[in-house]
Design a protein around this ligand. Structure first.
Ligand SMILES: Cc1cc2nc3c(=O)[nH]c(=O)nc-3n(C[C@H](O)[C@H](O)[C@H](O)COP(=O)(O)O)c2cc1C
Ligand SMILES: C=C(O[C@@H]1CC(C(=O)O)=C[C@@H](OP(=O)(O)O)[C@H]1O)C(=O)O
Length: 360
């Protein structure tokens, strides 16, 4: 029932991994926005399968088709419909799970909830659906740019290999310089080697995507229900395979004292700023104008190329093994998904904020 996201900048996605297409309808994009379809395509290319040796080898062009809502390069204020046709489905890789459940994928929960499921490629539980979110996020990013807001995400951990540097110490222009999307290129090499080794062992591994949103004005977010950090957390936890979300000082903040953790205020050229930013740019659910930064934890991919105990739809014990093409680690492709979901939340909250008080 819940296939839509957002209040004013609202999206609905549709499509299954092995159906004819996946796509999105964006309802509420203001009219007159210059929209570059080429930029939407660049985001699709960052997410698409088959992009490097450390991702699934399913070969999809993920070429975006604009069905409505953009005319002469500008949004018309009408629903924007974007479509991607599926081209490289291999449904026979899934025949064996028509009546079996892969451990830790969504096979069992979809079956028990609906009594019927599209088992081909995981149907709608497949991360293929995130292609639609990335397309919508690419439009949201272009809207945010008008307001001076930018979103960056990168891989900061694979397995136990963790980048200890803060985002201020990283060169974020280097994110796309390695196939793993870690801007520290030495660490990137180690991460790639670890993913290669894991894949050779027919296994999978988890990781962390870190992100920062720059240029958010103070005042975005609703005070009780609809806190900005809660919306961001909800958006991130709604991405496939996500197991954790923290923003600002996050779980590490518990080790600090209030006197260390408080972000003290000062005035900088008429603006109220804070010296530190343990709050992660959000206080009381409302942005304070500082950078919003957060981390998203992804589990190791469920489908592994080895036998594991499970049950079938009759409740009988079986051994199930993954077949076909799967990501050994999702984080390199999750980077544009995290950016897209963050852009969608901020675009929505920016528009909502414009209705929150009389201005004069
Ligand atoms: C970018 C990305 C790629 C993914 N690729 C695969 C994959 O190839 N095989 C797989 O079993 N799961 C993959 N997943 C994870 C599944 O989609 C996810 O585990 C499944 O929908 C069950 O949901 P849950 O893990 O959130 O509970 C991927 C997730 C993301 C974000
Ligand atoms: C197709 C994509 O990734 C897929 C995500 C996925 C899963 O279970 O999430 C399983 C695999 O599906 P298939 O067996 O059909 O190749 C991945 O390739 C994509 O991201 O576009």
């Amino acid at each position: 029932m819940h296939n839509s996201f957002g209040t004013l900048f609202k999206i609905s996605t549709f499509g299954e991994s092995h159906g004819p297409a996946v796509g999105v309808v964006i309802d509420g994009c203001p009219a007159g926005l210059d929209i570059s379809v080429e930029e939407i395509q660049q985001e699709m290319d960052r997410r698409k399968p088959g992009q490097s040796r450390i991702t699934t080898q399913r070969q999809e062009g993920d070429e975006i088709e604009v069905l409505s809502g953009i005319f002469e390069g500008k949004s018309t204020g009408m629903p924007i419909a974007l479509l991607v046709r599926n081209q490289d489905q291999r449904s026979k890789d899934y025949s064996h799970i028509a009546d079996q459940f892969r451990p830790s994928h969504a096979d069992y929960t979809y079956q028990v909830k609906y009594g019927h499921r599209d088992y081909r490629g995981g149907g709608r539980s497949s991360a293929r659906e995130t292609a639609a979110r990335v397309a919508a996020g690419a439009v949201a990013k272009q809207l945010l740019r008008q307001w001076g807001i930018e979103v960056f995400a990168w891989v900061s951990q694979v397995g136990a290999l963790a980048l200890e540097k803060s985002y201020q110490e990283l060169d974020l222009t280097k994110i796309e310089d390695s196939i793993v999307r870690c801007p520290d290129l030495e660490m990137a090499e180690q991460m790639i080697a670890l993913i290669d080794e894991t894949r050779k062992n027919r296994d999978t591994i988890g990781g962390v995507v870190s992100a920062v949103i720059k240029g958010v004005p103070p005042g975005l977010g609703e005070p009780v229900f609809g806190k900005l950090h809660a919306a961001l957390g909800g958006a991130m936890l709604g991405i496939n395979a996500v197991k954790g979300f923290e923003y600002g000082s996050g779980f590490k903040g518990v080790e600090m004292l209030g006197s260390q953790h408080n972000d003290t205020f000062y005035k900088d050229e008429g603006k109220v700023r804070t010296h530190s930013n343990h709050s992660g740019g959000v206080q009381g659910g409302i942005s304070n104008g500082e950078d919003i930064y957060f981390r998203v934890a992804f589990k190791p991919v469920a489908t592994i190329m080895m036998d594991q105990p499970s049950v079938n739809t009759q409740g009988e014990a079986v051994q199930v093994s993954g077949k076909g093409r799967h990501d050994p680690c999702v984080v390199p492709r999750a980077v544009p998904i995290v950016e897209a979901m963050a852009a969608l939340v901020i675009a929505d909250f920016y528009l909502l904020n414009q209705t929150s008080k009389l201005r004069g």
